[in-house]
Write a protein that binds this ligand. Structure first.
Ligand code: 0X9
Ligand code: ZN
Ligand code: ZN
Length: 305
């Protein structure tokens, strides 16, 4: 049976998703973002308890080796559907959820079969033997700006030959555009580092006009996690000033092109002891932290209107 005591391959996650869709037919539906370079479907699940709710979009595992992100996304889906806890029921019933547990399907598969530390997509290049692009540098918003990505195909942060060279990034942008009126919070799940990062990534010199609000919402998230028995420290701040300049990311694209006001990159456990290879024994705790943080984040977002 599927659980959260080990990591699963794509095929197992997809089979689990099929089971969830079959078990909760009235409140779930599948959506397909598009196709990967290798021809896999990029699937998502929408959870909705009625029309006209505000939407929250979660993109997870854009970086292949960040396995804790899809483990957490599947756990979160399961909680939204089956938890009886009041705060979780409110989250589930008051919002429409769009969740893509494994976005970089080709890379994820490769990280299971060949190279546990694979990050990028799997499309080859005409001019290099190196494969793949950093999906989170390939979006057409300040693409390649301010040294926030690399123009070298062998780099881990290669931006691609052009913006949206990767079918995955292009498909996600098109899908998000098609539902742009339906969501107003965008979250991108990553590991590791225990950060909650607000836009922008592409520059240290500009901030969204609601920067203060984004930090206040961010503090609610980090404080909720710190108040759990694990007392895990998360740090919130803007991407470029807290972490590093990263241009062409999905979150920045959603802010700049879809004009959304609330969005974050969440970097899950840990701080580097295990890094991307977070032991399965920590999945459950990471997920509990995510839920506590999410409840606080959504609550504060609603408060600030
Ligand atoms: O570099 C990245 O893409 C992310 N960190 S990771 O170690 N998971 O690769 C940070 C993304 C920052 N977010 C934005 N640029 N908005
Ligand atoms: Zn190329
Ligand atoms: Zn990442």
């Amino acid at each position: 049976a599927f659980g959260w005591t080990r990591y699963y391959e794509l095929e197992e996650i997809e089979a689990w998703l099929d089971g969830i869709l079959a078990a909760y037919p009235t409140v779930t539906e599948q959506f397909v973002v598009g196709q990967s370079y290798e021809g896999r479907r990029i699937r998502g699940i929408k959870i909705s308890h009625g029309a006209n709710k505000r939407g929250i979009f979660i993109e997870s595992n854009i970086h292949a080796r960040e396995w804790i992100t899809s483990a957490s996304a599947t756990w979160f889906i399961n909680e939204l559907l089956s938890s009886q806890q009041t705060e979780v029921r409110q989250l589930a019933e008051n919002y429409d959820w769009y969740i893509v547990p494994v976005f970089n399907v080709d890379g994820f598969e490769y990280s299971h079969r060949k190279n546990r530390m694979w990050r990028k997509t799997r499309q080859p290049h005409a001019t290099s033997a190196c494969i793949g692009v950093d999906g989170n540098r390939n979006f057409d918003s300040h693409w390649m700006a301010n040294n926030g990505a690399s123009d070298q195909p062998c780099s881990e942060t290669y931006a691609g030959d052009v913006a949206f060279s990767e079918p995955e990034a292009k498909a996600l942008a098109e899908y998000l555009t098609s539902i742009r009126e339906k969501f107003d919070v965008y979250l991108s799940f990553h590991s590791y580092g225990q950060w909650l990062l607000s836009p922008y990534g592409h520059t240290k010199d500009e901030f969204p006009e609601n920067y203060e609000q984004l930090q206040e919402i961010g503090s609610a998230f980090t404080e909720a996690i710190r108040s759990l028995p694990y007392a895990t420290p998360y740090v919130r701040g803007s991407t470029a000033s807290t972490l590093y300049v990263a241009s062409g990311s999905s979150v920045d694209w959603v802010f700049n092109e879809l004009e959304k006001k609330v969005g974050y990159t969440i970097e899950f456990r840990d701080k580097g002891r295990y890094g991307f290879v977070l032991p399965p024994a920590q999945i459950q705790a990471n997920c509990e932290e995510l839920m506590a943080g999410m409840i606080a984040l959504i609550q504060k977002t609603r408060e600030l209107g």
